[in-house]
Design a protein around this ligand. Structure first.
Ligand code: TPP
Ligand code: MG
Length: 802
């Protein structure tokens, strides 16, 4: 061996980063190739739009993870860059080979980075484009919140970083978020746009970056273009270089992309033609051979480590930063730049070529150090020093906040569940203590109309900058005291419901992102749950913990008309994983549910060990569907048994006896109709009344018990099975809900009872509540008619009404 090769080479960090960049490209490409060609998987697991989309981010993410990031930084990674993320985690020792080899397969690394399904340290799940990126800004606001209190977080303030595809900017929720950030004075956030000018179907229109830059600057962001790499910058400085720069600047995306795909010879032909009358510029072209020319012309900022590192190093700290990183989709791979490359996969032959280029031998594909041109020890030493991994796993924990003593409410006469909700929070605020201190409320412009006003009056609005209440200072009377300060505990949001759920998601991850437990409570009008639905789903998917109250709901929003009357939300609540849904009728039930919810949202047991799939040990978020309908409250003592039944989802308000031929099963605000109808019917027949507080938990428990029995636990019995065991098999059931009837009709399947399901099946309209209940078939008369239909026996009083 030559003496010179035995000498330790002086290797700079940038050289090592270049090696790591190659390694990340190889591993991420091979991971996808392996999934498609090397493993014997079902067809469904094969294709994926990852390869080209990943490649454009290799350099940027190498720079970030191996050099720029600190442990306290949090990152949302573009969905299709998942292979790059996993390859990096593997190199850092945070990801297993088995997971890489099973990328996209059952139990393997996930297609899109997932907090809940990936074992590597994913900060924010992504997949539905626009949501992960938008969450970063809200997380930054939450971090400010946590640091503004006197809790002295154990972790310093980190940067909230979003890496996004350029097509994500088309998602409306991104714009909604940008406006909200501006209102709250967002500072500590970077968005890095992978400006490869390609989305799934198409090449993005030219000069989009100018629109993006204007948009961000308008809203207080610093915009940094990472447009040209060092090679191009050097070429531009040469005689004739400005001409070359003009040529690139003017080159339409389509043409640029095509030339990138075609390579050196095509570049030469095009440039010789276009620069024919500019000898200096042509000379630059001619000083490069084909390979060098292709390298020069594709040396965009997003693929140049030094340019990227300089850009990141110069980031201001008092302003959010938007990096527009020019990249090439599929960079470094055979289909780079091709407009159809989104789902492009390399052939076996192309993979062999890449293998040869990267110096990887057969059998060394997964080796973390094969093919490197710097000594392994140097790289290993560097990896050990990488700042990002210095504090180990970054999934933090926070102690649980005691929920007791929970305020006891005395509610007499008439009350609404919405007002009860406000009162419970007001009582918590009045009592003070850890529970009150850790609650954070938020609402999209419906704070007062959802009854959060009393809470906000006591606890104030959160703002880093103090704002005094001018009305109060001037002695002007107002029930709302809108004092804003860092002490405040309410985030007032603009009207966009997407932002509500993104904010709840960020607040609800505070314990794991920042090590400080928050108990977030959000409110919105129930019909507008649908407006924020994907963000709600995404919040639950990340296992964020919060309470959301949808109020008012259903026909109880009567005079507001159809667009304000929610119909399908109970079904959403049932179908949404990670969200336990309740619809109480009475305030004492609601108080029990809220006390339970503040505990449930803090649980952290192991889902896999949980037999019932109720998530009772694991915990989750809670959805309360509430109403503004005043209802006569019941005078009763809240026994432990009744509490348990309210939480499990139902209790007999009027127990069936032997010979009972009918049960009325109701949920929520239609309780009075159910009870009145039962009273009338009981003059000539026996009637049971089942109060359902949570159709969601009731049905989940039923499914769980069936599953348990199928797996050998013969004694497993669901709460709903126990309840219905008291009802003779030949009895009929009428279900009543101010929502789509199928939210309750399933109950007939439990023990085989006949069911007539009453509910709302068509759009609402303006009217008084009694008119609407009559029109949609939820009133007493409708229940009587249903009883007659089910029993075939005439019912007294039925036609006296109308
Ligand atoms: C809300 C949503 N709509 C559609 C998709 C399907 N989809 C995944 S990636 C993509 C295009 C992404 O383009 P871009 O953001 O530019 O990323 P690139 O692949 O160019 O890196 C689409 C339409 C999705 N994941 N989420
Ligand atoms: Mg793109």
């Amino acid at each position: 061996m030559e003496a010179s090769r035995m000498m330790p080479r002086q290797t700079s960090d940038i050289d090592i980063l270049r090696e790591l960049e190659r390694k990340v490209l190889w591993l991420s490409s091979y991971m996808i190739h392996h999934a498609n060609h090397e493993s014997d998987r079902g067809d469904g697991l094969k294709v994926g739009g990852h390869q080209a989309s990943s490649a454009s981010l290799v350099t940027l993410m190498t720079a970030l993870y191996f050099h720029v990031l600190r442990p306290e930084d949090r990152v949302a990674v573009k969905p299709h860059a998942s292979p790059v993320f996993h390859a990096i985690q593997y190199l850092l020792g945070n990801q297993t080979l088995d997971k890489l080899q099973n990328f996209r397969a059952f139990g393997g690394a996930q297609s899109y980075p997932s907090r809940t399904k990936d074992t590597a340290d994913v900060d924010f799940s992504t997949g539905s484009v626009g949501l992960g990126i938008a969450e970063t800004g809200f997380a930054s606001l939450v971090q400010d919140y946590v640091h503004a209190k006197d809790w002295k977080p154990a972790w310093p303030r980190g940067r909230m970083i979003g890496i996004m595809g350029d097509a994500e900017i088309d998602e409306g929720n991104v714009h909604e978020a940008l406006l909200e950030y501006w209102k709250h004075g967002l500072e500590n956030c970077w968005w890095i746009i992978d400006y490869n000018r390609q989305s799934l179907d198409s090449v993005v229109s030219d000069r989009l970056f100018m629109k993006m830059a204007g948009l961000f600057e308008n809203l207080g962001w610093k915009v940094v273009l990472l447009k040209y790499g060092k090679l191009l910058q050097a070429a531009f400085a040469e005689p004739g270089g400005q001409r070359l720069k003009e040529w690139i600047d003017d080159c339409p995306n389509q043409l640029y992309s095509a030339l990138v795909f075609q390579g050196g010879a095509a570049w030469r032909r095009q440039l010789e033609e276009d620069l024919a009358i500019h000898p200096d510029a042509l000379a630059i072209v001619r000083r490069h051979d084909d390979a060098e020319l292709a390298r020069l012309m594709t040396n965009l900022g997003g693929h140049d480590l030094e340019t990227i590192l300089e850009g990141f190093a110069a980031a201001p700290t008092d302003q959010p930063v938007c990096y527009i990183a020019y990249t090439i989709k599929g960079f470094g791979l055979p289909f780079q730049g091709h407009k159809d490359n989104h789902a492009g996969l390399m052939t076996k032959a192309q993979m062999q070529e890449l293998r040869a280029r990267e110096g990887i031998n057969q059998g060394e594909e997964w080796d973390r150090f094969a093919g490197l041109s710097v000594p392994q020890a140097t790289v290993e030493n560097y990896l050990r020093r990488v700042a990002f991994v210095q504090r180990g796993r970054r999934r933090l924990q926070a102690a649980r906040i005691p929920v007791t003593p929970f305020p006891k409410l005395e509610v007499k006469g008439q009350a609404t569940t919405q007002a009860g909700f406000g009162r419970v929070l007001d009582e918590i605020a009045r009592a003070g203590g850890p529970l009150a201190d850790r609650i954070v409320t938020t609402s999209p412009d419906v704070t007062v109309s959802t009854n959060l006003g009393a809470w906000v009056n006591r606890r104030g609005l959160f703002s880093l900058a103090d704002h005094e209440d001018v009305f109060k200072k001037r002695g002007l009377l107002s029930p709302q005291k809108w004092e804003m300060s860092a002490k405040g505990q309410h985030f007032e949001l603009g009207i966009a419901e997407m932002n509500l759920f993104l904010m709840l998601s960020a607040l609800g991850l505070s314990h794991t992102l920042f090590g400080e437990r928050l108990l977030p409570v959000g409110t919105l009008y129930d019909p507008f749950v649908c407006r924020g639905l994907d963000a709600l789903n995404y919040a639950c998917y990340q296992d964020a913990r919060f309470i959301v109250a949808g109020t008012p709901s259903g026909l109880t929003l009567a005079p507001e008309g159809g667009a304000h009357q929610s119909i399908g939300t109970p079904l959403i609540g049932m179908a949404q994983d990670g969200l336990a849904s309740f619809e109480p009728a009475y305030v004492d039930e609601l108080a029990v549910i809220m006390e339970w919810a503040f505990d449930y949202m803090q649980r952290g047991g192991d889902e896999d060990k949980e037999k019932r799939w109720h998530r009772d040990e694991k915990g989750g978020s809670v959805y309360l569907r509430l109403s503004t309908r005043p209802i006569d409250q019941l005078t009763r003592s809240m026994t432990p048994d009744l509490r348990g039944e309210i939480i499990d989802g139902a209790y007999w308000m009027r127990r069936p006896e032997p010979g009972t031929g009918l049960a009325i099963v109701y949920t929520g605000a239609v309780g009075p109709e159910a009870i009145e109808a039962a009273g009338l019917l009981s003059e000539d027949r026996r009637v049971g009344v089942l109060a359902v507080t949570s159709a969601d938990r009731l049905s989940a428990g039923w499914h769980a018990a069936q599953r348990a029995r199928e797996h050998g636990d013969r004694n497993a019995r669901a709460h709903v099975e126990t309840l219905l065991a008291h009802l003779p098999r030949d009895a009929g059931i009428i279900t009543v809900t101010d929502a789509y009837p199928e939210a309750l009709s399933w109950i007939g399947g439990v023990a085989g009872h006949r069911v007539r399901a009453l509910g709302v099946e068509h759009f609402g309209q303006s009217g008084s509540l009694s008119e609407l209940y009559g029109h949609y078939g939820l009133d007493v008369n409708s229940i009587l008619a249903a009883a007659e239909g089910l029993s075939g026996r005439p019912v007294r009083y039925r036609f006296l009404q109308n």
